[in-house]
Design a protein around this ligand. Structure first.
Ligand code: DGL
Length: 269
């Protein structure tokens, strides 16, 4: 058991967006070793078919399993929407948590929240995975979804509060005005970067913002405690990517909130 306690947590995403999840996990579990994989050569997943996303996600799962992770966190909403079951099966005894389940649990646990908004990539929204997950708890909850594809490139460009970002956010979020949503799930790795500005765009309608990155970090902590697998002596962060884009370090820092010491480029089998 001691060995497993010291094993790393594996976190993966289609690219560097999942570093928002890594950041939340580091904040919640500072003594865990973490292996992060970002599929920077094949990002974005949000516009790809479910079959393609599944095949990519299983390759990454095998990569993490070979490195002896004690838990896998699916940081990517698009992967959570289309490949969760296959990953759980491939992982065997290793627990797998995903952002959609975690974000949903958080949203439905808010007292009297019967009207929930969800924003995500086209893949996530078209899959209706959040709608199904919410309705698995309570079929009477109204769910309104909105795909916001331009927010991913804007976040990667660092355009999170300039004129273009504000106009784009209005374009997407004005759809929610008058809908009576009580909470809004940020159903994409990149959206936590807009967390400060979204309530202003929604015009202070008192909408609770659900950050799935924070939700999955809290779920991971609870699951490790339940399995008696919490590490108290670690804290390493290793980052693997399938390609190193230009400005990688600058971008990574924006999502992780701190600089990255090492990044290893690997080819997946
Ligand atoms: N990581 C993806 C997600 O959370 C966003 C980027 C992409 O489309 O690959 O859905």
């Amino acid at each position: 058991m001691q060995d497993l306690k010291n094993a790393p947590i594996g976190i993966f995403d289609s690219g560097i967006g999942g570093l928002t999840v890594a950041k939340a996990v580091i904040d919640a579990l500072p003594h865990e070793d973490i292996i992060y994989f970002g599929d920077t050569a094949r990002v974005p997943y949000g516009i790809k078919s479910e079959e393609t996303v599944r095949a990519y996600a299983l390759q990454i799962t095998n990569f993490l399993l070979k490195r002896g992770v004690k838990m896998i966190l699916i940081a990517c909403n698009t992967v959570s929407a289309s490949a969760k079951e296959e990953i759980i099966q491939a992982a065997g005894d290793i627990p797998v948590l995903d952002v959609i389940t975690a974000g949903t649990r958080n949203a439905v646990s808010l007292p009297n929240h019967k009207n929930i908004g969800v924003i995500g990539t086209l893949g996530t929204v078209n899959s209706r995975a959040y709608v199904e997950a919410i309705h698995a708890f309570d079929t009477t909850i109204k769910v309104k979804q909105q795909a916001c594809p331009l927010l991913v490139p804007l976040a990667e460009e660092g355009w999170i509060d300039n004129e273009v970002a504000i106009q784009t956010l209005h374009h997407y979020l004005d759809e929610f005005k008058g809908s009576g949503i009580q909470s809004l799930i940020l159903g994409c790795t990149h959206y936590p970067l807009f967390k400060e500005i979204i309530p202003k765009i929604l015009n202070g309608e008192g909408v609770e913002i659900i950050d799935s990155a924070e939700s999955i970090a809290a779920s991971a902590k609870a699951k490790l405690a339940e399995l008696d697998l919490l590490n108290t002596t670690g804290g390493d962060f290793r980052c693997f990517v399938s390609d190193r884009p230009q400005r990688f370090h600058e971008l990574a820092e924006r999502f992780l909130g701190r600089s990255l010491s090492s990044v290893e480029v690997v080819a997946l089998d």
